[in-house]
Design a protein around this ligand. Structure first.
Ligand code: UD1
Ligand code: MG
Length: 452
């Protein structure tokens, strides 16, 4: 199929009023990626070499997102929203130049796979002029029904125009259609708006095509794959399907999920085989975990890289720029941001390490903090290899600890420490023999005097 040119038109101009949101509907996220971003990924994977997105007026964030995901995509503004066929027409300039296949998709139907789109394209390659994607609906209410005669698709009937008998049909229109490139303009020109909603329905293309003697084919997909998002509840149900697919995929690839239903993935999470993920872990965007690593319970990771054999958590937070080296240990209540924890280093308890490097095999004691921010700028802390930083130390950046440096517990380190030096940066301990007893006697006497 790659030898055939393909244009994908993604309809995303709808207001999505049932979302009750200031954001265009297609900008709501599933697995950390806007709905429309999922559709764009699928069409590119399905071999679309040209992408056109139909947007509403004043949707700058949507246009920015499209440009970010598919820089060569074009955006077309549909000013009045007069129906799905009218929306396709808004992108007319994109299909004026000849192309073999045109795929039309809805920006609010995020889970359609590139394999399904390939099947629709294969239908065209086998001689159909129009190919429609259908599905068996548990509850067909609100969907267009696919009407068949002798195994052939003869029409799509919208809910509002359907007869009682037609409403009993459960084979529904998923809203994804493929057209032979040179048929589309001709079909759109003949679609009228003489229906209950006074809209130009793209679904009428089926009857128009048949009246012109064109061939119409259809393929089916699983309902889960083609469910659309019109409200927050459908958004949640799409998220649930997406997470289920991600979990199954990572397990098929050799990852152990101890409690799959409690682990949340991002659309771009990369996890190598033989990683173990304990319960209640959340992967934000941009996480890569290498083979043999273990992510322990209740950890949250985002834009982070975990090398092989490293152990993260329980209750760890890896923020953007966390780079965890081979066999390193990040323990409970530790937050790492924009910092490289080199191979074999340990940050095991209650620490914040930000804008820093922790050299190989260094040990960072409980409660250690890098003071990276002075209220105006961020500063770097550089800890060499094989260092020992005692518990509850504060490293005030910018500061450097040479290889093998040893910092006594409770130190506040404000200037550089040479390699293999010992630094004690705290008040000297003062101990007075038996003074505790004298002190207690004094205090008890004072209390008794007050109570008289
Ligand atoms: C549509 C189909 C229906 C199908 C259902 C699947 C038509 C006429 N009906 O109905 O057969 O079963 O989807 O979910 O196609 N849009 C625009 N501009 C417009 C109108 C719509 O860009 O003027 C976009 C919307 O943003 C949305 C998509 O097209 O992404 C579908 O529009 P919607 O009004 O939701 O169609 P449905 O009534 O759900
Ligand atoms: Mg809809």
């Amino acid at each position: 199929m790659s030898d055939r040119s393909c244009l994908a038109i993604v309809l995303a101009a709808g207001l999505g009023t049932r979302m009750r949101s200031a954001l265009p509907k297609v900008m709501h996220e599933i697995g950390g990626l806007p709905l429309v971003g999922h559709v764009l990924n699928s069409v590119v994977e399905a071999g679309a070499n040209q992408v056109a997105v139909v947007v509403g007026p004043e949707m700058p964030r949507l246009e920015e997102h499209v440009a970010l995901r598919v820089p060569h995509a074009t955006c077309h503004v549909q000013v009045e929203r007069l129906g799905t066929a009218h929306a396709v027409k808004a992108a007319e300039s994109a299909f004026e130049d000849a192309c073999d296949h045109v795929l039309v998709l809805f920006g609010d139907t995020p889970l359609v796979s590139s394999q399904t789109l390939h099947r629709l394209r294969a239908c065209l390659a086998q001689g159909a002029d129009v190919a429609v994607l259908g599905f068996e609906a548990q509850d067909p209410f609100g969907y267009g029904r696919l009407l068949e005669r002798d195994g052939e698709l003869v029409a799509i009937r919208e809910e509002k125009e359907a007869t009682e008998e037609e409403r009993l049909v459960t084979l529904c229109n998923a809203g994804i259609m493929a057209f032979r490139g040179d048929a589309l303009s001709e079909l759109l020109a003949d679609i009228k708006n003489n229906n209950a909603k006074g809209e130009y329905y793209l679904t009428d293309a089926v009857e128009v095509a048949r009246s012109k003697g064109m061939r119409v084919g259809f393929e089916t997909a699983d309902e889960n794959e083609v469910q659309g998002v019109n409200d927050r509840s459908q958004l949640a149900s799409c998220e649930a399907v997406f997470q289920k697919v991600q979990r199954e995929t990572v397990m098929e690839n050799g990852v152990t999920l101890q409690a799959p239903d409690t682990v949340y993935f991002s659309w771009d999470t990369e996890i190598a085989p033989d990683v173990v993920v304990e319960p209640n872990v959340v992967f934000g965007s941009g996480v890569k975990v290498e083979s043999g690593a273990r992510i322990r319970a209740f950890s949250h990771l985002e834009q982070a890289h975990v090398s092989s054999e490293a152990i993260v958590g329980p209750y760890a937070r890896l923020r953007p720029g966390a780079e965890i080296g081979e066999g390193a240990r990040i323990g409970n209540f530790v937050e790492i941001k924009k910092a490289c924890i080199e191979a074999g280093a340990k940050v095991n308890h209650l620490s914040y390490i930000g804008d820093a490097r922790v050299g190989a095999k260094s040990n960072i004691g409980a409660g250690t903090i890098t003071c990276n921010y002075d209220g105006y700028m961020k500063h770097h802390t550089d800890i060499g290899a094989g260092c020992f930083v005692g518990s509850d130390s504060v490293l005030v950046a910018p500061v450097t600890l040479g290889d093998g440096a040893f910092i006594a517990a409770g130190s506040v380190v404000t200037s550089d420490v040479p390699a293999n030096a010992l630094t004690v940066g705290r008040a000297k301990q003062v101990t007075k023999e038996n003074r505790a007893t004298t002190l207690r006697d004094m205090l008890a006497a004072a209390k008794a005097a007050r109570q008289k």
